[in-house]
Structures are given as C-alpha cells and as structure tokens.
Design a protein around this ligand. Structure first.
Ligand code: ATP
Ligand code: MG
Length: 413
C-alpha cells in the first residue's frame, strides 16, 4: 500500500474531546474515526489491525474445534424474556427498538441467549455433544460512561464462544483447554507477560468464571498481583485468595488492569432456565452443561496501544501491526526508482509494506512512521544508494543501522 493512496491523514493535533491515550493516538494516526463518544469507525489501517487480532483468535478457536458462525444484531424480545434478561432492571445496557407494527426488538448487547436458542434446535442427543460455536460480532451497549476510547465502546467487537457438553467433567476439560488457548492468544498478541487469570465465583459451586486481566494504567479494574508467582487477585475476593495461595497481602502489588477476556462456566443452570435438554444414552432428558468465552477484540487493540506507545506514537507488536515495513523514499528520480523496486520486491516476498511515496520532507515521513507504529522502517535516499546501503530503524527500540541489501532482507524475512 502506498501512503499517497491512503485516504486517511495523520494529524499533529491531539483531539480535544478525548482523554484516553489510545483514542488520541488512534485518531491522530488515522486508525479510527470517532463518530460519537464510545462509537468509532475503523479505517483501512485500523481494520488491518483488527483483522490481525481476529486471525490470532480465530486460529486458536479453530484449534479447539470451534465452529465459526455469525449471529444477528436484531434480536427477539422473547429470546431474552426466558431468562428475565429483557428487563432493563436486570440488564442496564440495552438498546431497544420497534418494528413498524410495534413489535419490540433488542439490539444485541450479547448473544448468549440467542445462540443457546439456536443451538437448542440442533443439539438433541448425546450424539450431538460436545459442540462449540463462536463468532466475531458487534455488540451494542448503552454504557453509562465511555471515556476509555476504544477500550469501552458503546459499539464494539467481541469474540464470543459457547460450548455445550453432556457432563460436568467434559465441560471442565474443555474449559481448561480454552484457558490455555486464551493464554496463547494473549502471548501472540504481545501482552501475555502482563495478562493474568483471576477467579470469580458466580454464587453456586457449579457456576463460576475467570477473567483475563491485563495490567494497564488506563484500565478500569484493580488487581493485586504477584508478578513472580504470576498470581492475580480481584479486590472482591482478596482475603479468601490470600488464604488460598498462602501469601501475605504485603507481597501483592496493587495495579490497574483491563479485562481483555472472560470465561463462564454455567453448569446446568442456564440450560435449566432456558429448557435446553438432551437425550442421554439411556433415553433420559438431561440439561446441557454450558460455558461461554469472550474476548474484547477492540478493547485488546486499545490495550496494546496504551501499553506500548511512547512519546512519538504507537508501537505495534509485529503480530498485529497493519504493515511490517514502513518504506521511506527521500530524494529524486534515482531514489524513486530504487524505492519503487524495493517496494515491489518486498511485496512479492509477502512482506506487507506501507510505502511513503509522498513528496514530503523527510522529517514528516519519519514522524508519521513513528506515529503509525509500524515495526520496521527502511529508508532509501540518494546518499544511501551511493553508499550501497539502506537505513533501517526498529520502532520498538529506536535501534538504527545502515545495512547492505542482503543484511536488510535477512532482517525483514
Ligand atoms: P466490563 O466489566 O468491562 O463491562 P463485561 O463483564 O461487561 O466487561 P462481557 O459482557 O463478559 O464483559 O464481555 C466480554 C469481553 O468483552 C470483556 O471481557 C471485555 O474484554 C469486552 N468488553 C465488554 N464490554 C466492552 C465495551 N463496552 N467495550 C469494549 N469491550 C468490551
Ligand atoms: Mg460491562
């Protein structure tokens, strides 16, 4: 992709109506366009990052036999009445609307009940179990406050997965597999070292959940962590957890964190409420064991920006970066010819290059490459061509080197 062809522009001005660093930088660099508080559109650059995050999540969900689907944003009132969750007193983030004949509809804030209702039509017998489905979907939530940029949207993208099982043991095994898959996801996203699993009880002993929390100053949650032992505890269960882990409170560090995912084990409670039964080997009707597993795709993108950005701009981990290389051309005809060729060559090798082919001052190009956070920068100029070298810069460390063509290609592949 050539910078001259991108319809987005970078901006030097920090948007006045944004206090969150992630939103400020993403808007300035042209990754997102703010429509209103908590509602952001994604440009080609932003979409590339989202797609990279989704690819990492999708690979892991497919590896545990998840089947990808896509549900609808319009939902029936009756779907949610079964569990009392149509009630605004029970769920306080609903956006609701009506058909022309006055039929009430909900705009999906979650797809839990909707997916269970659908699965019920297909899963009838023990032979149909276990099974699991997942989707990447926009959720619409009338959040009271939305001041954390894309980390708390009123419209945001979530990956949600649901698994159905015949027995508690089978669910437990799968739940543990998902926990491991989630850890791999956060590792691949570059935030694994700072992401902790915390336990939250759901009341009944069969019903519990775990949160995946990433240490992040812009997060809205508070965690107590033991970095060496990789233990993290929520404020609500602090005293119990201290006993369980056999540690002192003074050993724990209080940090701010963002919930980047969570997983719920419903036991049979949800199935009993919704009337979701299967026929077992002996012909008996039994409630299905259910679990759900969420990851905040757009929130993760915000967390990554918050965690790695420096005073020059965004710093993407290579796995999610919209492009791998930012190619800067400085100079006239000769440099253009040389840079064009390098662009073609790298692209042909499958390396994703954003080529700054504009007639701008070098300083402008360098500043943009830093604001955009592309991992590797390569500069071609008349002086460098004469010396038979390329200037190479690593965004994350600022490391700078003049490399031969072979050394450069080795770095980038
Ligand atoms: P929170 O406590 O942050 O409101 P939640 O308990 O409502 O989260 P879930 O409904 O379980 O979250 O959603 C699953 C995941 O979706 C969360 O772990 C989080 O990463 C993400 N998420 C939830 N709400 C938002 C939001 N308003 N904007 C962006 N991501 C969100
Ligand atoms: Mg919420």
């Amino acid at each position: 992709m050539k910078v001259s062809q991108l319809f987005t522009r970078t901006s030097k001005n920090v948007p006045a109506d944004e206090t969150a660093k992630n939103a400020q930088l993403l808007i300035q660099a042209g990754y997102v366009y703010k429509v209103m508080a908590g509602v952001y559109a994604y440009t080609p650059l932003g979409l590339r990052v989202l797609e990279n995050i989704k690819r990492i999540v999708r690979e892991e969900m497919n590896a545990v036999n998840g089947q990808e689907i896509i549900m609808t944003s319009l939902q029936r009132k009756e779907t949610w009445e079964v569990t009392t969750r149509w009630d605004d007193e029970v769920v306080d983030v609903w956006f609701k609307t009506r058909l022309k004949d006055d039929t009430e509809l909900g705009l999906a804030w979650s797809h839990e009940e909707a997916i269970m209702e659908m699965m019920q039509q297909f899963v009838k017998s023990y032979k149909d179990l276990p099974t699991s489905v997942y989707q990447f979907q926009t959720k619409l939530r009338n959040e009271l406050r939305s001041k954390s940029g894309i980390m708390r949207g009123r419209e945001f993208v979530m990956k949600d997965m649901y698994s159905l099982h015949a027995t508690a043991e089978d669910l437990d095994k799968y739940y543990n597999k998902i926990t491991e898959a989630y850890n791999r996801v956060y590792d691949k996203l570059g935030i694994g070292d700072d992401t902790y699993v915390t336990f939250a009880s759901g009341g009944a002993f069969t019903k519990f959940s775990h949160e995946f929390q990433t240490i992040c100053d812009a997060g809205e949650d508070v965690l107590y962590v033991h970095r060496e032992k990789k233990i993290a505890v929520n404020e609500e269960v602090l005293d119990d957890a201290i006993k369980e882990f056999g540690i002192e409170k003074s050993e724990l560090e209080k940090v701010k964190s963002a919930e980047v995912g969570n997983i719920f084990n419903f036991g049979t409670e949800k199935a009993e409420t919704m009337g979701i039964y299967f026929t077992d080997k002996d012909g008996l009707q039994k409630p299905i064991y259910l679990a759900s597993y969420g990851i905040g795709i757009t929130r993760v993108m915000g967390v990554i920006v918050e965690k790695f950005a420096d005073d020059k701009g965004i710093v993407w981990p290579e796995s999610v970066a919209p492009f791998t290389v930012y190619l800067v051309r400085i100079g006239g005809e000769e440099a253009t010819k040389h840079a064009d060729e390098l662009y073609e060559e790298l692209t042909a090798k499958g390396i994703e290059v954003l080529y700054d082919d504009r007639d701008e001052r070098p300083g402008v190009k360098f500043a943009d490459s830093e604001l955009l956070g592309i991992p590797h920068r390569v500069t071609v100029s008349d002086r460098l061509i004469e010396a038979g070298r390329y200037e190479y810069t690593l965004r994350s460390s600022g490391e700078i080197a003049e490399l031969t063509r072979d050394a450069l290609l080795a770095k980038l592949s």
